[in-house]
Design a protein around this ligand. Sequence first.
Ligand code: URA
Length: 272
Amino acid sequence: MTNLREILEFYRDAGVDAALADTPFDRLSEETAPAPTKASADRPKLGVRPDSAPKRTMPISKPAGMTVPDEGQVALARELASGAQSLDELREHLSAFDGCNLKFTAKNLVFAEGNPEGPLMVIGEAPGRDEDIEGLPFVGRSGQLLDRILAAIGMDRASVYVANVIPWRPPGNRTPTPQETEICRPFIERQIELASPKVVMTLGGPATKVLLKSPEGIMRQRGHWKTYSCPGGAEIAAMPTLHPAYLLRNPAHKRLAWRDFLEVKVRLDNPD
Ligand code: URA
């Protein structure tokens, strides 16, 4: 006879580990939220907690069935991100921003870890379960592999700045929707601009596609120098490579990632 623990373990292994609400909610009878009007999309406070409101402590829950419409949030995200004059301010703006539904199922904001003044910034797709629990990027199995790869080129989180395109864990590790990605994009773009590293490495296809705006697959792009263009016009050398989670599943391809990291190391060690 299957006990409760085994059922819970099955759910966890199947990726069902995000409790959305304490009470059941009939989503089939859920009414579609009306599209926001131009006026509501322009409203400056839309999707952001007023300054006077008490700061939320995690985990965040929201009323069952409530969704924030995506329209208008990209513009607000852009305004908030471009207004941040430091990484601390950007983090504050991001944690006050209520315009992305992923925030409401995540336990923690996963902003960054490492040295924002380091010469290398490494960017993944989105936090997973371990990162969500700890509020730090790349702390699970892929993070451990990333740390081993960094160590192999003589670097660690004291010299590297680590972040993700999406700062909240998508429930059950599902792929972020294009809308969620567009809402989060201004924040990671500003984060890169403010950190201003010498080299950016994008890990895996999704992060590479979003940041380097190239439709080609990661196998074609990896190992080739690209240019990341900041919204303000600055340009940063970028190297796409394979994602550590992919390398865990395909260990034979570790040698390809190894080459890419070595290439980056050579560039970092040489003055422009
Ligand atoms: N995968 C990612 O892309 N980012 C993390 O932080 C962890 C796993």
